[in-house]
Structures are given as structure tokens and as C-alpha cells.
Design a protein. Structure first.
Lengths: 112, 901
């Protein structure tokens, strides 16, 4: 997959990422693992796209980020939902069915 | 994946910046992910490969992250209009910044098109669209023409009137007012060393209120000041006041020496005021008084002295037809006596034409050429638009998947089309910005060089021009954007998404080929035009006028006050002697008339033995009184007998004449001209002996359907009195080289010489060449621009094709296709495209040729040579444009090309 497909995943991915952070703050790799585990690999998302989603939503004010130390004692950037992020997640859940259908059509024809 | 060539060509990668935050975050990701994979039993290398594969295009993502980091945020998908537009603009600008090379080349091509149009619009606007400046309600202002049959039966429309004609027109009730003017004409201002030349217009006092102009300082002259014997007053043009007086406000009331008299300055005209014409003027002087000072009062009653132009303002409710009918009647009534004697056309008509002279019955050839060039500049714009549309189309191929995906996500097609068009608009706007800067610089040059006789506003950037440029930009944006937008969004989703890339170019390529062929065809049309005009100019410049205009300096003396004629003649003789001694001067002689400037006809001579003398339908015969050596100075060859020599100059010398070949053939068809006798003055019949026959020369136009009759008499001839008007100085080389020396010698001939006016004879002919000079210059520039743009377009498309076909080319190379075969493949495509375009262009040019015919000079409008050269040139350019991509094709490394999948 290339950068060209980011727009394909953008709306979808944002919602998944928001959901991943609903329970607790996580760093990027943890978000990726969380989504992968929850989707059983049916949505094989490029990790790079995930990071653009995180950064974008941080800019929008849905997420806040701070540097912390990971479980392996490494410096890692942790993301958490802001109030707007929480509101966005609940709004996005409502829109999701329609949205996912469109995404599914596309992904269905894509040999990712 | 995009092939590297494409990527490089359009710089899809953008610039990788430095952002420690992003780097640190991703480093953490890779470490965590790799160690997770290691824990599942993969080797270090395997783990890295897996992580990388899962991450996607790392470089691209990094770049994207850094862009987000620099603060431009993608806003939420909303369909509100305002937000959508802002979003689209941001998106477009981001796209433009991402590919500066692409953006620049597109903007540059559009700048050429828009700039060419801006320059030409300035010219067309001045000549054809706008009235002269400062005219109020210009629709009611009419330039008056007279249409009448002249003695050879031809009907002509002319603008010159006599003073009594003007008086007749003043009585017409349909006109609220009538004015007249003459000039601009060169006059001497100041005295002695300080003397300089200026352009003066003689005007009636009624002209200013008629046009509705107000002075910027002081006042215009009154009816009382525009009378015979009145105290002379003058109004300065604003530009002249700036140039010569540094805008000194104290100038009002000062005296200024104009030609033969001293005038009191009473006002300053507003900036840019040129009366009812377009020619720049320096001074405005009262018509009757100034004419009286310069010419006496013979003109007051003369219906043969055509020296003024008339302008009128229609009265309230008066129709053009009524005004023309009434003024025609008044004109004929004034000339009733002449009409009765059959000296004047009884059906002469007055035509009240528009104040924009180029739209009237007598447009100048420059105006007609300008009309064409306006159209031609539009073709340049069209070519530029085709070119840019082509580039955008080519790029659209690479963004098809993005388009498809966005369509799939429910972004409306209209929105996508709007975005592409918007981007094209922005590019056009950028181009327009560049264009206006360039046009500003170029306009000045174009105006000065090609239209020196027209006053343009200095700024070159007025509201109309900006408005036009904006319109051109809008059109350019639409034309360039709409095609690629429609093409790009017509994508079949499943095909676009599955096909995996830009290799399948589909229907878009046919459109691109069509655009390319269109560019080549239009270039051919322009270049054919350029070729025809250049050839016309060449023919006109190399026309044998009879005399040698490039090696003759016309030297005219201007006098202090009114010197007696006899004294003027002796100063001319003194000046002639001095000039003759100068190095670089091969010969010099006195003359009374100057070709393309003045001519005198004194009626028919009587030739004993001839019952009636033949008449020439263009009037004449024209006479010139010349000094010894005149024919040699002018480079006119004596065909029989001898020329006029030194002994003929002396007082009391026997009267002799040299006749032109045309006159000799008409008067003495048997060839017995030499030794014949002509009698001019029946009261004291003296026989003037014909001593020679000289070659014909043109009198006042390059295109004279027939050589006129002309004869030269010697200086000592008793029937022709009056001082000479100029010294013709024959030079060894360029007259400019000896110009200053000649002026100095002539000035030193007497203290009575106020000013010496020395001009190459070629300069007298030059205005006749102007329309072809202008056509040749502008067609050539536009044609070259078009060719460059078309060649660039061809190159881009071929280069892009080669890049897209790397895979195929790699396979071919791997299968053993030789270098020659690959080059041949690419070049054949180039030549094929250009060939079709050229053929089409030649057909269009052939079809359009008859329309341009009246503007050409002695060149057939379907000149095979011109068409052939243009076709060959296009082919050559086609090969050149194909060469680089062809070389690139041969350098495709099959391994790299095949593995880049």
C-alpha cells in the first residue's frame, strides 16, 4: 500500500483509533496491536497510516499526546482522548454503519 | 507503485524534512515491533522485513507526518460550501508546493499565453476599442470623411478638408459643434543651440469644448485667440511640460518660440490628451493664427489646399444618417461652382465615422494588422491551455487511484471536478502574475518600436487591461482544468483500483494525443503567418524604389525669422559646398521636393508637335527643381542623354529638363525624347530642352500601381523660382555615421540657420513599412512562443510515456530489442504526432490564407516555400523533442525495471 491509500482509510481508521484509546492512553505500536487483535487481521492496516491518523487527530484536538516510558523501558509517545475526542467517537459511531459500507466496497475490491 | 521515472518527473515524494519528534516516535515503533516479531521466532532480518512491510511506504508516511506536524490540518469532511472551497484551495496549494517543478512549468506556459494576450490587448485596446483619451461621450463625436470619385473614376474616402470646406460643415444644424485640427507636425522650438524639435497640432478653439476636455492648468485658447492677426498663444501637452519644464507651474504666461513666432503659454493639457487622434502631441496652437504665421493667408479661400481634419459632435437627437445627408448637401453646395465645371464629384458624400479611427472607413494598415495580432495572441493562449491541460491530464493518470478512492468514499464527482478546475485556476492565476510583470516590460517596447505614432498611457496596466487579463486567466483555468477533471473522475472504480497503477492510461491518452496534435497544428498556423509576414517585410524592404534610400541623408535648414528667399538660396549653396567636402560624403545636391514627403505638380507642359499631352491617372506630371549631381546623389540611373550638371546651376543657364522613363514613354513613345522641347509658361514661351531620361522612382507609397510622370529642371531654370527645400547628401555608408558632421557644417553655413534637420531618406519610407514590420515581428514572436510551448508539450508527453512504459521497455530490452529499435519507437511516435498536427495546421493555414492576403506584400498567401519550411521545421522540432526521451528509453535497465513492481 502506498500513501495514496491513506485517504481510503482515513475516516475508518480514525474511528478505530479513537476506539482503541477509549479505554486507556496507548502509544502508537500498542494502538496497532490492539486494532490488529480486535479485528483478527481482517482489516490489515498499514502501521504508517495509523500514525498519520494519530497525528492528524492530535492536531484536530481530539487527542492529546505526551512522552512517557513504555513497558520495555523505552521512550514512547502516548496518546489519550480529549473531551472532543470522546464526543467525536460517539458521533462517529452513529455515522459508522454507512461509512463502513463504502469502505468495505473499496477494500473488497482491493488486493491489499 | 509508481515507476521511479514518473516519481522523479512529478516529484511525488516531496521533501523530506527533519523532525525529531516523528523520528523518535517511529524509532520506538520499529524497535517494539521488531522485538515482538523476534519473540515469535523470526530472525532479525525477517522481523525487520515483516515490520517494514506492515508499515507501508515509510518515506511517504514520514513525509506525511511531518506535513501534519508543520501545522496544515486536514479539516473534517464536511460538505458546506465555504469550507469545501477553502479546503480545496488549501489542497491545491499544497499540491502545487509539493511539485514546484511541475507548478513552475505550468505557470510559465500559461504566463506566456496570458502575457502575449495582455501585450496585444494593450495594442488592440488603444487602436480599436478605446477612443482617444479625455473625450466625453465619445459615441456622439464623429470624425468626418469625404467620399468622392477622383478624376480617374476611382472612389476614395479621404480625411483632408480645405478651410472653406470646414466653414461649410460648421453650418450643419445636425452637429452641435464642429472643430478642426492639423498635425501633429514637427516644428522648431527655441533658438540657436537650444533649438529642438517638437510635435505641434494646430487646432480650432472649438475643438476642446467639443471633445469635452478640461486643461490640467490654465486654459485652452478662445475663439478670439484663434483669429487672423491675434496675439499667438500656445497650450503645452502635459508630457511636454513635464519633460521640458519639469512641471514648473510658473510656465503660464511665459513665451515660447515655435517655428516663426513667439507664443504665450496659456495652459497645460491633461496627461495623455491627444485630441481626436492617437498620435502624441507636444504643443497645441491656434489653427488660423499659426497657419497665417507660417503660410500667409492663401488657404483662407482655397478649395485646393487640403490641410485639415474635421471632427463634429452630433446634436441632441440627431441621427448619423441625417447629419451625413445634411453635411453632404452643405459640402456640395460649397463646391457648386467646381461641380458645375466638372472639377468635382457631384455625388461627393460626407461620412460621419466613429471617433475610433480604426473602426471608420479609413483604417490604417497598422490597425488591421493589430486586429489580426489580437486573434493570433488568442491562439497562443489556446496553445498554452492545450499544453497545460495535457500536463494535467498526464498527471491525472497518476492520481486516478486517489480519485477512485475518494469517489468510493462518497466525495461527489462535482466536488472532485471543482477541485481540479480550481487547481488549474490557481495555476493560471500564478501564471497571470508572472505574465503581468513581463507584459508591463514588453508593452513599452512593443509600443515604442512597432507603433511609434501612437500615444499609449505609460503605466501599461490599467483597469481594462487587468480586467482582460483576469478574463483570459479565467478562460485559461477553465479550458485547462475541465478536460482533465472530467477525464480523471470518469474512472471506473473497480478497474482503477484493481489495475494497481497508472500503466493503463486508457481513454485519457487519446485526449492527450488530440491536444498535442492541436498544439502542433496551431503552431503551424502561426508560423505560416510569421513566414508570410517576414517575407512580405523582406520584399517591401528590398523593393527597388528607384532611389538609394539607405545611402541618402535629407538635410533641411530651418531659418531665423523670415529670411528673403534669395538669401536662403545662397545659404543653401554655402551649406552644400561645406557638406560636399566632408569625408564619407560621395555627392550632394540641392532639391525642392523630397520623395515620400513632398511633391509639386504645376500642370501639363505644352509640347510642340503634340496635339494633347497624355495624362497620368494619379495626377502630375510632378516637377522637381534640382541642383547639379542630384540624380547621382539619389542613385537614379540616367537611361539616355545626360543628367543635370554644374553648368546648369548658374543663373541664366539655358533651361533644361530630365524626364522619367514613364513620362518619356508616354510623351515620346517613338523614343525621341532627347532634344524635344517643353513649354511651361505660355505668356513668355521658353523652350525647355529635354537632355536626358532617368529611371522611375516611387513618389509617396511603396505600392503605386503605376510609375508617375516626373521631370527635373535645372536650378537656373527661369520658370521655376524659390529657394531649395533640402540638401540631399549621398553617403558612402550608413547616413547616421555622417549625420552629426553634416548638421554641424550646415549650421555653420550662416548665423541665420536656426536648426538643421537631418534624417536618413530611409526614415521617410519607414512608416510605409510599419504594418509589415509589426506583423512580421509579432507573428514571429508569437510563432516562436507557440513552437516552444508545443515542443515542450511534446517532450513532456513523450518523456512521461517513456517513464510509464519502463516496464515494457525493460521487457523489450531483455528480449533483445536493440538501442536503434527503441529510439526508433519513441521518435516514430513523436514524428507521427507532429506529422498529423502539421498536416492539420497546413490545412487550416491554407483555408485561412485568403483572409490575410490584403495585409501581405508581393507574397502569395499560399506561398509553397513558406509552408514547406514550416512543415520541415515542425518535423525537426518533433525529432528534437523525441530525442531525450528516446535516449532515456535506451537506458532502461531491464532488471531494475522488472523488479520495481
Amino acid at each position: 500500500m502506498t500513501r495514496r491509500q491513506m485517504s481510503l482509510l482515513q475516516g475508518t481508521l480514525d474511528v478505530l483509533v479513537l476506539r482503541a484509546l477509549a479505554a486507556e492512553p496507548r502509544h502508537g505500536y500498542a494502538v496497532a496491536e490492539w486494532i490488529r487483535a480486535r479485528t483478527d487481521g481482517t482489516l490489515d492496516i498499514e502501521d504508517g497510516a495509523l500514525y498519520t491518523s494519530l497525528h492528524r487527530m492530535q492536531k484536530r484536538g481530539w487527542l492529546q499526546a505526551e512522552w512517557g516510558v513504555s513497558e520495555n523501558n523505552r521512550r514512547a509517545k502516548y496518546y489519550a482522548l480529549t473531551e472532543e475526542g470522546v464526543a467525536e467517537l460517539s458521533r462517529a459511531r452513529g455515522d459508522w454503519a454507512r461509512y463502513a459500507e463504502a469502505v468495505f466496497k473499496v477494500l473488497g475490491s482491493e488486493e491489499v | 507503485m509508481l515507476p521511479d521515472g514518473v516519481r522523479r518527473f512529478f516529484r511525488l515524494d516531496g521533501v523530506l524534512g527533519r523532525d525529531d519528534d516523528v523520528d523518535a516516535e517511529l524509532q520506538h515503533h520499529f524497535e517494539a515491533a521488531v522485538s515482538a516479531h523476534r519473540r515469535q521466532g523470526l530472525s532479525e532480518d525477517e522481523a525487520r522485513a515483516a515490520v517494514r512491510a506492515r508499515f507501508g511506504d515509510e518515506r511517504a508516511y514520514r513525509a506525511a507526518l511531518k506535513r501534519i506536524g508543520t501545522g496544515r490540518v486536514r479539516m473534517r469532511e464536511k460538505t458546506e460550501w465555504g469550507e469545501a472551497i477553502v479546503r480545496s484551495v488549501v489542497r491545491a496549494i499544497r499540491g502545487m508546493r509539493r511539485n514546484p517543478g511541475f507548478t513552475f512549468s505550468v505557470a510559465f506556459v500559461l504566463a506566456l499565453g496570458i502575457g502575449a494576450n495582455a501585450v496585444m490587448f494593450g495594442v488592440v485596446d488603444r487602436l480599436l476599442l478605446s477612443p482617444p483619451q479625455h473625450i466625453v461621450e465619445h459615441d456622439d463625436v464623429r470624425l468626418l470623411h469625404v467620399q468622392r470619385e477622383i478624376f480617374n473614376g476611382e472612389t476614395r474616402t479621404m480625411r483632408s478638408f480645405t478651410w472653406p470646406d470646414y466653414q461649410d460643415l460648421k453650418s450643419v444644424s445636425a452637429f452641435a459643434s464642429v472643430g478642426a485640427y492639423s498635425g501633429p507636425q514637427e516644428v522648431i522650438v527655441g533658438r540657436g543651440e537650444e533649438a529642438s524639435l517638437a510635435d505641434a497640432v494646430q487646432a480650432t478653439a472649438s475643438l476642446f469644448p467639443l471633445l469635452g476636455v478640461s486643461p490640467s492648468r490654465g486654459r485652452f485658447f478662445t475663439e478670439a485667440e484663434d483669429r487672423l492677426g491675434a496675439e499667438p498663444v500656445a497650450v503645452l501637452a502635459h508630457e511636454y511640460w513635464e519633460r521640458e519644464y519639469g512641471q514648473n507651474p510658473d510656465v503660464l504666461g511665459q513665451q515660447i518660440d515655435i517655428s516663426q513666432a513667439s507664443y504665450t503659454i496659456i495652459g497645460i493639457a491633461p496627461p495623455g490628451f491627444t485630441g481626436a487622434e492617437l498620435a502624441p502631441a507636444d504643443l497645441w496652437i491656434p489653427m488660423q493664427r499659426s497657419q497665417e504665421i507660417e503660410q500667409g493667408d492663401g488657404w483662407v479661400d482655397s478649395r485646393g489646399w487640403y490641410w485639415l481634419q474635421a471632427v463634429a459632435r452630433l446634436g441632441d437627437g440627431a441621427t448619423t444618417e441625417a447629419a451625413e445627408a445634411e453635411s453632404s448637401a452643405a459640402h456640395r453646395a460649397g463646391r457648386a461652382e467646381m461641380i458645375e465645371q466638372d472639377f468635382y464629384d457631384a455625388d461627393a458624400l460626407i461620412i460621419a465615422g466613429p471617433v475610433i479611427a480604426a473602426r471608420g472607413p479609413n483604417p490604417t494598415s497598422e490597425a488591421q494588422v493589430a486586429r489580426w495580432l489580437g486573434g493570433v495572441s488568442l491562439i497562443v493562449l489556446l496553445i498554452a491551455c492545450f499544453n497545460v491541460a495535457n500536463l494535467l491530464l498526464a498527471r491525472a493518470v497518476t492520481t486516478r487511484r486517489e480519485m477512485a478512492v475518494r469517489l468510493a468514499l462518497g466525495v461527489g464527482r462535482g466536488r472532485l471536478v471543482a477541485e481540479v478546475v480550481l487547481e488549474a485556476m490557481l495555476l493560471a492565476l500564478l501564471g497571470a502574475g508572472i505574465a503581468m510583470g513581463v507584459a508591463r516590460v514588453l508593452s513599452g517596447t512593443v509600443h515604442r518600436v512597432l507603433l511609434p505614432g501612437v500615444a499609449f498611457t505609460d503605466s501599461g496596466l490599467d483597469g481594462r487591461l487587468l480586467g482582460f487579463a483576469l478574463l483570459a486567466t479565467l478562460i485559461a483555468g477553465l479550458v485547462t482544468g475541465v478536460l482533465p477533471a472530467l477525464q480523471g473522475t470518469r474512472t471506473d472504480l473497480t478497474v482503477a483500483l484493481r489495475s494497481g497503477g497508472p500503466r493503463s492510461s486508457g481513454g485519457g491518452s487519446r485526449l492527450r494525443v488530440a491536444l498535442l496534435v492541436g498544439q502542433a497544428a496551431l503552431s503551424v498556423v502561426l508560423l505560416v503567418g510569421a513566414g508570410l509576414f517576414v517575407k512580405s517585410l523582406d520584399r517591401a524592404e528590398n523593393l527597388d524604389l528607384g532611389f538609394d534610400q539607405d545611402r541618402v541623408l535629407v538635410t533641411m535648414l530651418e531659418w531665423n525669422e523670415s529670411l528673403p528667399a534669395a538669401e536662403r538660396a545662397s545659404v543653401y549653396s554655402e551649406a552644400l559646398d561645406r557638406v560636399r567636402r566632408l569625408p564619407g560624403v560621395r555627392e550632394a545636391a540641392l532639391t525642392y521636393t523630397i520623395p515620400f514627403y513632398s511633391s509639386i505638380s504645376l500642370g501639363q507642359p505644352r509640347v510642340p508637335g503634340l496635339d494633347s499631352v497624355p495624362r497620368h491617372h494619379n495626377g502630375g506630371p510632378y516637377v522637381n527643381k534640382v541642383g547639379a549631381g542630384y540624380l547621382e546623389t539619389m542613385g537614379l540611373s540616367v537611361r539616355a542623354g545626360r543628367g543635370i550638371g554644374a553648368p546648369d546651376d548658374t543663373e541664366g543657364a539655358s533651361p533644361v529638363a530630365v524626364v522619367s522613363e514613364s513620362m518619356a514613354a508616354a510623351y515620346w513613345p517613338a523614343g525621341d525624347a532627347i532634344g524635344s522641347c517643353m513649354i511651361f509658361d505660355e505668356d513668355e514661351p521658353v523652350c525647355t530642352e529635354v537632355i536626358g531620361v532617368v529611371e522611375n522612382h516611387r513618389r509617396q507609397a511603396l505600392v503605386e500601381d503605376d510609375p508617375h510622370f516626373l521631370y527635373y529642371v535645372n536650378q537656373g531654370h527661369p520658370d521655376f523660382q524659390g529657394p531649395p527645400q533640402a540638401i540631399m547628401v549621398g553617403t558612402d555608408g550608413d547616413p547616421e555615421l555622417v549625420l552629426e558632421a553634416v548638421r554641424a557644417e550646415a549650421r555653420d553655413a550662416s548665423t541665420q540657420v536656426r536648426f538643421v534637420n537631418a534624417t536618413s531618406l530611409a526614415d521617410f519610407v519607414e512608416p510605409e513599412l510599419r504594418s509589415w514590420t509589426m506583423g512580421a515581428a509579432m507573428f514571429t514572436v508569437f510563432g516562436a512562443l507557440a513552437l516552444i510551448v508545443a515542443a515542450w508539450g511534446l517532450y513532456s508527453v513523450l518523456a512521461f510515456d517513456v517513464a510509464l512504459r519502463r516496464h515494457e521497455l525493460g521487457v523489450r530490452t531483455a528480449l533483445g530489442a536493440g538501442v536503434g529499435r527503441l529510439v526508433h519507437m519513441v521518435i516514430r511516435r513523436a514524428v507521427g504526432l507532429v506529422g498529423v498536427g502539421t498536416a492539420l495546421g497546413l490545412l487550416i493555414a491554407l483555408a485561412a490564407a485568403p483572409f490575410v492576403r490584403p495585409l501581405l506584400f508581393q507574397v502569395p498567401e499560399r506561398d509553397p516555400m513558406t509552408y514547406g519550411v514550416v512543415a520541415a521545421l515542425l518535423m525537426l522540432v518533433g525529432c528534437a523533442a523525441g530525442a531525450v526521451p528516446a535516449m532515456r528509453a535506451t537506458r532502461v535497465d531491464p532488471r531494475e525495471a522488472l523488479t520495481s513492481e
